[in-house]
Write a protein that binds this ligand. Sequence first.
Ligand code: PGA
Length: 243
Amino acid sequence: MKTLIVGNWKMNPENLVKAKEIFNLINKKIKNFRNKEIIICPPFVYLTEFLGKIKNNKKIKFGGQDCFWENLGAFTGEISPTMLKNLGCDYIILGHSERRQILKETDEMISKKIKAVLEAKLKPILCVGETEKERTEGKTFEVIKNQIQEDLKEIENCKLKIENLIIAYEPIWAIGTGRACQASEAKEVLLFLRKELKKNYILYGGSVNSQNAKDYLKTGFNGLLIGGASLKPDEFAKIINFN
Ligand code: PGA
């Protein structure tokens, strides 16, 4: 089983020159990638450039940070799973907390997106996680259970390859704050998710860096979803090059 290392660049950097610089450095610094699947999810506008340039690159795969649930038509501003598939992407992040909170994405929307992504034969990376308030109130498991239940509704009785669905546990209070969730605490959620999702990859995300990355992998997570540190070539490569 390969370890998945996913870099979520979010809405960064501000131009293609910088994007290429970061990408080329990462590509150069990655050494130990044979037992890992390395995925970079840059903003859509940089994907064409990256995918065109590195057709024969075996080290890095690509993903989108979101997509729409329809494949074609009058949906101004949207990008479809088929478009991303045809471009050469393999993965799509869905239901990131920033989209849930800032863009008001609902579980119903996310559920439709998961179905569309699986139908396009891409692998969805579904993000779930609790807010700080929910954690303090002891609602972590309840919140996550509900997210999984609602987000998987559309694929409940489908013949889609549900094992292609990847779950990323991202406690919202740990995202971009430098306050990563302790591996021991994250493990409790991992075990909780594992009860239901026996065959799926489960990743951890939220302030992962080169110091704490191995703790989550040792704990049993199948990989990592990395925001800030994925834009720092040295940090990102260190996380990957760890055995
Ligand atoms: P972070 O972001 O690593 O910067 O905390 C993780 C994410 O949002 O996926």
